[in-house]
Design a protein around this ligand. Structure first.
Ligand code: PMP
Length: 354
């Protein structure tokens, strides 16, 4: 039976990526060797790393614009620390839109003063603060573009005079944005890119080298840039899956093509949430994420029936995060409109039953 995987991450990837990645583990390009046993210094792997880095910049429209793409390790969680280590000299601003922002803030406080320019904590992060002011003496402003747990997404980024840093872990490559407005973007691979184990960092080179502290080599973006993202042994398998997914996306027509599909999926699910009295959306309408839709049952007594029904339909990973409860349908790039349709069918069946 076909599974419809709505898991928040690690999560669904394109079938052709699973297939090509598994072939490469058994026999990489007919070499008689596995991808995961060849040297990361071999031409074969160096080419994979280069291709992944180039595709990332190309898809974001950042090629030839002073940016570098790196595939590092330590997850987006290490970037909470690295971003501050490399950029925070005195004071940084953070928009607090949820658990991941809070974790980023905690790390940044180790390195300097943190100003929370806005927060949606007062309503359990079900909206994106707006109309906040950004002091112009900040080293940077940090935002989380998509709040995986709460299902909110920043639709409009502030115009700032200070560098803009963005955690795009759960919506990178999913929608068109002017990516030149960002000076540093980071994203764990395990949602829209590939297997867990690597983090994409896209950095504008001219924002680096401005802090007075010494930076340990492994945490220094400049070191990783100078070594073409090969300062130490990269996560070879994870980087390969990223390369395959980025190739898949390019062949599909890039971000504009996937954005159109993502909009259709989100529209289909949110209109069911809004029209079906059995369900209630969690996030404020204007801030709803196109990647993670959060919703609850209007009557908790229906939980057992609904849970049995979606499991029966082959749906996986629909439970909400423990801090929000209810349900969360993650519809990353590789999720088909058909799978969202299956979920919507189950939801409307619930209405008929209820
Ligand atoms: N930021 C966001 C928005 C996330 O969704 C996650 C993981 N779900 C993280 C950061 C942390 O990523 P990692 O587990 O790769 O450290």
């Amino acid at each position: 039976m076909k599974k419809h995987n709505f898991s928040a991450g690690p999560c669904i990837l394109p079938q052709e990526v699973f297939l090509k990645a598994s072939e490469a583990v058994m026999d990489f390009n007919g070499s008689g060797l596995s991808l995961i046993e060849i040297s990361h210094r071999s031409k074969e792997f160096v080419d994979i790393m280069e291709k992944a880095r180039t595709l990332a910049l190309e898809l974001l429209g950042l090629e030839g614009k002073g940016y570098q793409a790196l595939f590092l390790q330590g997850g987006a969680s290490l970037e909470f620390l690295m971003a501050a280590y490399n950029l925070l000299d005195k004071k940084a601003g953070y928009l607090n839109t949820g658990a991941w922002s809070e974790k980023a803030i905690k790390e940044a406080k180790i390195f300097g003063e943190v100003v929370e320019v806005g927060s949606s904590k007062d309503e359990n992060f079900n909206y994106i603060p707006k109309g906040y002011t950004v002091p112009d003496d900040l080293d940077y402003l940090h935002l989380t573009s998509n709040n995986t747990i709460f299902g909110t997404q920043v639709k409009k980024f502030p115009k700032t005079t200070v560098p803009l840093v963005c955690d795009m872990s759960s919506d990178i490559f999913s929608r068109q944005l002017d990516f030149t407005q960002f000076d540093l973007i980071y994203a764990g691979a395990q949602k829209n890119m590939g297997a867990a184990g690597t983090t994409l960092v896209v950095v504008k080179e001219d924002v680096l080298g401005k802090v007075s502290r010494k930076i340990p080599s492994m945490l220094d973006y400049k070191v990783h840039i100078s070594k073409d993202s090969m300062f130490n042994t990269p996560a070879v398998f994870a980087v390969y899956t990223c390369m395959l997914t980025l190739e898949w996306l390019k062949n599909l027509g890039g971000i504009p093509a996937i954005e159109e599909i993502n909009e259709k999926k989100a529209q289909l699910l949110y209109s069911e949430i809004d029209l079906n009295p059995v369900f209630e959306g969690f996030a404020k309408m204007e801030d709803r994420s196109h990647m993670n839709a959060t919703f609850n049952l209007a009557d908790e007594k229906l939980k057992e029936t609904f849970d049995a029904m979606w499991k029966e339909a082959g749906i996986n990973g629909l439970n909400g995060h423990r801090s929000v409860g209810g349900y969360r349908a993650s519809m990353y790039n590789a999720m088909s409109l058909e799978s969202v349709g299956i979920l919507v069918d189950v939801m409307s069946e619930m209405e008929r039953k209820g």
